[in-house]
Design a protein around this ligand. Structure first.
Ligand SMILES: [Zn+2]
Length: 433
């Protein structure tokens, strides 16, 4: 069920595909998950490019966050507060229990949930209406279980935050902020979060009461959060020119590191790479951070200086071996400079850490560039399998088997892989998930 939910979302809703932000969100999420009593649960965190403020726990520990929520969070602890709350909905089996107790079938419930998310990408008000108008029975069952569940998710979430070493004050702060904005500006349509997670001043006060004195000493922000937010500001900006003009009007002394970073990446995107290279170098001198260097490489590349880009990435890889965003960028740069063999080597190393679709995708590109067609098809087959497209994965193996001059060991491996995929596909069709 979770995989299908995710696949349907992926096919219909714009995702934030920025590896840097996704890796950041995943590490923050996993830090919290590691404090639960089910640390082995396979949580998947992702970001949807939707301007409304919302987060949701879908089936099978798939947790989605809207860009609107990240843009409206002031610091890391506020985002972590929302994540901890969603994680707790999953570990306490709130959704699973609601489905067993409800007369509505799980499939119908998720169809409604999906429809709501899909519609909210176009029109938040219509989305929210569908979300709740889908079925009267479902609505009733939601109201019956929700209040208790919301309190429980807050209570457990605060424990997770504290034990993960994150200031839990952010949770009550963020809820308080949502509630205040909803009252004063009447922008409830922008705040789907309040509809899906009923909130009132009692709940905020209770969350505040759960905070202990020592909690307040825990860190409530990180540079990674502020820089992730900067990247989202740029990718979701309706006009880069306006964004750049806005920053240029600010007094330079009042500009934060994140503002300077926003400025630099917006400049690169607009093609003003020389200016952005200057700013990124200034940032690196004052606060070295791997993302500044990643963007410096990107700026060099956009500025037609691929060799400079490559040497920045080479250095980064030494400092951060197997850090996915660096590996992928480095492999891409090597591919462009016609060095696919070296890229293949580094990508294979990355796979030993974790098998991810994006690594197989990059591997396939480099195999093609190196004229290793069978290996490329096999890599793409692995990519599709991890993404849940078993049929397409098997098809790639069929293509590979049609290659001439296959060594018998390769043929054997391909045939056995094909059989595994067919078996897996058969199981999936008899027990749809
Ligand atoms: Zn909730």
């Amino acid at each position: 069920m979770g995989k299908n939910f995710y696949k349907t979302l992926k096919a219909n809703v714009p995702f934030v595909d920025d590896l840097v932000i996704n890796e950041y969100l995943d590490s923050l999420g996993q830090k919290l998950v590691s404090q639960t009593d089910k640390p082995d649960n396979n949580f998947k965190f992702f970001i949807l490019k939707i301007p409304t403020i919302n987060a949701f726990a879908g089936p099978d520990a798939y947790i989605g966050i809207h860009t609107g929520l990240i843009l409206n969070a002031d610091n890391e602890s506020q985002l972590a507060g929302v994540l901890a709350h969603e994680i707790s909905h999953v570990t306490q089996r709130h959704l699973a229990r609601a489905m067993t107790e409800s007369s509505v079938s799980p499939a119908a419930m998720f169809a409604t949930m999906l429809a709501g998310i899909l519609l909210s990408t176009q029109n938040p008000q219509a989305g929210a209406a569908v979300f709740y108008g889908g079925s009267a029975a479902m609505m009733q069952s939601q109201i019956n279980f929700t209040r208790h569940n919301e309190h429980e998710a807050d209570r457990i979430g605060i424990h997770l935050l504290r034990n993960a070493g994150i200031n839990p004050v952010g949770m009550s702060d963020f809820f308080g902020k949502l509630l205040k904005n909803a009252d004063s500006n009447n922008i409830l349509a922008q705040m789907e979060y309040l509809r899906t997670h009923p909130l009132n001043s009692t709940r905020v006060a209770e969350a505040q009461n759960r905070i202990e004195t020592n909690d307040k000493k825990l860190p409530d922000d990180s540079l990674d959060f502020q820089l992730s937010k900067a990247r989202i500001i740029v990718t979701t900006a309706s006009s880069l020119t306006e964004l750049i003009n806005h920053i240029e009007k600010l007094n330079i002394n009042q500009q934060t590191i994140a503002t300077r970073y926003t400025y630099a990446i917006a400049l690169t995107r607009q093609g003003n790479t020389e200016k952005s290279i200057t700013i990124l170098n200034q940032l690196i001198t004052s606060h070295d951070h791997p993302w500044f260097r990643l963007d410096l490489a990107k700026a060099y590349e956009t500025n037609n200086q691929p060799d400079k880009a490559l040497s920045v990435l080479e250095n980064l890889l030494l400092l951060y071996p197997n850090y996915l965003p660096v590996t992928i960028e480095y492999a891409r740069a090597l591919n462009q400079l016609k060095q696919p063999e070296k890229a293949i080597q580094i990508l294979k190393q990355q796979l030993k850490k974790k098998e991810q679709p994006v690594v197989f995708q990059a591997l396939a590109q480099n195999y093609y560039a190196n004229n290793q067609i069978t290996a490329a098809l096999e890599a793409t087959s692995h990519q599709y399998e991890l993404e849940g497209y078993l049929q397409l994965a098997a098809q790639q193996i069929d293509y590979a088997l049609k290659q001439t001059d296959l060594e018998s060991s390769t043929r054997q491996r391909l045939v056995s892989r094909k059989n595994n995929l067919i078996n897996k596909l058969g199981k999936e069709q008899s027990f749809p998930n």
